[in-house]
Structure formats: structure tokens, C-alpha cells
Design a binder for this molecule. Structure first.
Ligand code: KG4
Length: 337
């Protein structure tokens, strides 16, 4: 079964064809990151406009790269939540028109479910149940993936997402947007251990996380150094920062594994590309005897293939959208209609 999948929830327009939820036939993607870098972050209105400009051409490209024509498409899948509302709307509107024109089912996909499903593309043997540490620019959560479409959030950030925190810290250090990758590269130049950064605990919710204190702490540290004219060891700060984020995430993921008895863990989302977090997860899972799947870097960030993968399982579960499908800025992944 060939699914034509659309992703436009933030600043990547992506169209992909995925066969039977596991094989990527094509993955056309256009990132707007360079454009938003001029402003230090995503400008929602520009993102929407750029999606409109790109989506039709990328659809042609995705079909051509897959060596298929429109007649070979069996269903259309689309990210309908969560994300920048104007941006998500472009993908939803376009996907609706394609599904209508081709006379094929339209399958709505939750963006974070898609990130988790990216692992199905990389690891053919992976099947639920497993735990997922889903860490992206807009979301940070530990998810119990009981089945392909049955998921429960065990813990989540109470404020900022891990990626947002990386982006803000990078900005303070004068690094370009999106800051996660440059922060990661900078951190690799240092052993760290120079700056003391906070680790948060949410009273009464041991799997929940908080990143706003860490973010403020880095901002204050950099501003204080600037005001006093003191030099800042940016590489050490980047390394210590990555460690602080990892210390929020990895022990909680391991605790969730202990509490649920799950033996398999996957990472998902843009921040899952981080080298410190990947290393810490590998070490912790090895110690605990848990099988860990880390998606290849290409599948960590937003892409259309992950929506095609999850779309296939949503389709098998009977999920269909009518042509009045709406886009949503927020939606819990366990709430998907
Ligand atoms: O999953 P994603 O592409 O988009 C969302 O669904 O949000 O995640 C983007 C986020 C950005 O905040 C970016 O800075 C971060 O992932 N990111 C990283 C790394 N690569 C991307 N954060 C830390 N280390 C990285 N290597």
C-alpha cells in the first residue's frame, strides 16, 4: 500500500511516499530554516507562505522520485496536529484536495506519533510495545507505546520543550537558528564541568520535566558575564548545558522503563540527534539491559516519511478523516480522534 504523506507543522515542507508503513520510496523535503535564521526563530506567517509555495512542487518531486504516478497512491496521510496553526493548515488543506482529487482515503496523523514512527522506517524488526523518549522543538515527553495507535504519555515537560531550550541557549551564545546542532558541535570541543546549571524536579510527578529554569539560568549566566566583561567559555557552557538537558531526560526515561517493565526504548524527534543524549541513553540502557533504538540523524528531524509510516498504522486501525478535517495547534497524542 502506497501512502502519500504530508508534513508542514513547522519550518519544513515535506512530502513522501511510503510503502506499507516501512519502506520509504521517496522523501522530498524543503527546509525554511535559513530564512527563519534571519529572525532568530520561526516566523509563523513566513512559514505558512513558504509551505504554500513549496508543497505542490514537492508533491510532484515525491511522486517522480518514487517512480510512481498519482494512480499508484492508495491513501493520503497528513500531520493535522500539533504545530504552528497556519503551517499545519497548509498541509491539511493540500492533503484534503489531493485525497479528494484522487478519490483515496485521508488519514490524519499526530505529529509526535509520526516522530516515534520514524523508528519503524529504520528498524524493520521494531514493534510495540516499547517506550519512546520523544524530544523535539515543540514537545518533550516519555510515551508508553502500547500498540501502533494506542499510546499513553507517562511524563512530559511542564513548560519549555528541550529543543526550544537548546535554541534559546544557542541564541544567547550567538549561534545561528536552529541552535541544537551548532550547540552540539560546540559542546564536542569541551569536556565541560565548568558551569553549574540547575536540574529541575516536579513535586509529586517524578516523570514530568521542566526546562524553563535551565533556560533562564543560561541566559543569566551569559548576560552576567557580558556585563562584568568576563570571558565566557562557550564550548564548556554548551557541554554543561547538554549534560543538564540529558540529566532531565535520560534518568526519567529509565525510571519509566523500570515502572512499566518495558524492555525496549526508542528515541524520537530533532533533539534525539544530540550526541550527549544519545551517548547517555546508550550507556543507561546497556546498564539496565534495555534494547535501545536510536533513529539515524536524518529521521530525527521533521520529515514526511515518518507521517507515511504512522499513517499506515492509523489507516490499518481504521482512522479516516472527512473533508472537513481541521488543523490543531495543540493536541495530546493520546487524544488523537
Ligand atoms: O523534531 P524537530 O525537527 O521539529 C519539531 O517537531 O519540533 O526538532 C527541531 C529541534 C530544534 O529545536 C533543534 O534545535 C533541535 O531539534 N535539534 C537538536 C539537534 N539537532 C536538532 N538539539 C540538540 N542537539 C542536536 N544535535
Amino acid at each position: 500500500m502506497n501512502i502519500l504523506a504530508f508534513e508542514s507543522s513547522c519550518d519544513e515542507t515535506a512530502v513522501s511516499v511510503v510503502k506499507d508503513g516501512r519502506t520509504v520510496l521517496s522523501d522530498a523535503i524543503l527546509s525554511q530554516a535559513d530564512m527563519h535564521a534571519l529572525y532568530g526563530g520561526v516566523v509563523p506567517e513566513i512559514a505558512s507562505r513558504k509551505h504554500v509555495e513549496a508543497i505542490a512542487g514537492l508533491t510532484d518531486q515525491a511522486l517522480a522520485d518514487a517512480n510512481l504516478t498519482k494512480k499508484d497512491i492508495d491513501a493520503v496521510a497528513v500531520t493535522y496536529a500539533p504545530g504552528l496553526i497556519g503551517a499545519v493548515l497548509v498541509g491539511v488543506s493540500f492533503a484534503k484536495s489531493v485525497a479528494y482529487a484522487l478519490g483515496v482515503p485521508l488519514v490524519p496523523v499526530h505529529h509526535i506519533r509520526g516522530h516515534i514512527a520514524a523508528n519503524y522506517l529504520a528498524f524493520p524488526e521494531l514493534k510495540p510495545p516499547f517506550l519512546a523518549l520523544a524530544i523535539s522543538g515543540g514537545n518533550t515527553m516519555i510515551v508508553d507505546v502500547k500498540d501502533y495507535t494506542d499510546m499513553e504519555i507517562l511524563g512530559a515537560t511542564r513548560d519549555d520543550a528541550a529543543g526550544e531550550c537548546f535554541d534559546k541557549a544557542a541564541r544567547v551564545l550567538g549561534l545561528p537558528y536552529p541552535g541544537g546542532k551548532p550547540m552540539d558541535l560546540l559542546a564536542q570541543q569541551s569536556q565541560g564541568g565548568k558551569y553549574t546549571l540547575p536540574r529541575a524536579r516536579v513535586e509529586g510527578a517524578e516523570l514530568d520535566m521542566s526546562f524553563s529554569g535551565l533556560k533562564t539560568s543560561v541566559v543569566n549566566l551569559a548576560h552576567n558575564a557580558e556585563q562584568k566583561g568576563e570571558p565566557l567559555d562557550a564550548a564548556a557552557l554548551a557541554r554543561d548545558f547538554a549534560q543538564a538537558v540529558s540529566d532531565e531526560l535520560v534518568p526519567r526515561a529509565m525510571l519509566a522503563a523500570q515502572q512499566t517493565g518495558r524492555q525496549v526504548m526508542v528515541a524520537a524527534g530533532g533533539v534525539a540527534a544530540n550526541s550527549v543524549i544519545r551517548g547517555d541513553l546508550e550507556e543507561a540502557c546497556q546498564k539496565a539491559g534495555i534494547r535501545l533504538y536510536l533513529p539515524p540523524l536524518k529521521l530525527c528531524g521533521d520529515n514526511g516519511a515518518m507521517i507515511g509510516a504512522q499513517g499506515y498504522y492509523e489507516y490499518l486501525a481504521g482512522k479516516r478523516a472527512a473533508l472537513d478535517l481541521n488543523a490543531y495547534a495543540t493536541m495530546e497524542l493520546s487524544e488523537q480522534e
